[in-house]
Design a protein. Structure first.
Length: 80
């Protein structure tokens, strides 16, 4: 079950400037509280990021956007 709300973080401007967005993504993911998620918008499927966060207990879903970018949702299931 995906939580709401998701905060959106578009990494495309950072990539266009040649910047590594991982530290910024990491900060957003680490700040998540149960019931909240983050959506990362990227020009490609960030497979290594998805695998890393899944190994840390995050859930993920991927959607192709109409503009050709990918939206990847990350969240943790709330603990009962």
């Amino acid at each position: 079950m995906k939580p709401t709300p998701f905060k959106v973080f578009d990494v495309r401007p950072h990539l266009a400037r040649g910047e590594e967005p991982f530290p910024l993504i990491r900060a957003r993911v680490d700040a998540l509280t149960p019931g909240h998620g983050v959506t990362v918008i990227a020009p490609f499927v960030p497979a290594p990021l998805i695998e890393l966060l899944k190994s840390e207990g995050f859930q993920a879903s991927i959607e192709r956007r109409a503009d050709g970018a990918w939206a990847v949702n990350f969240w943790r299931e709330p603990t009962p």
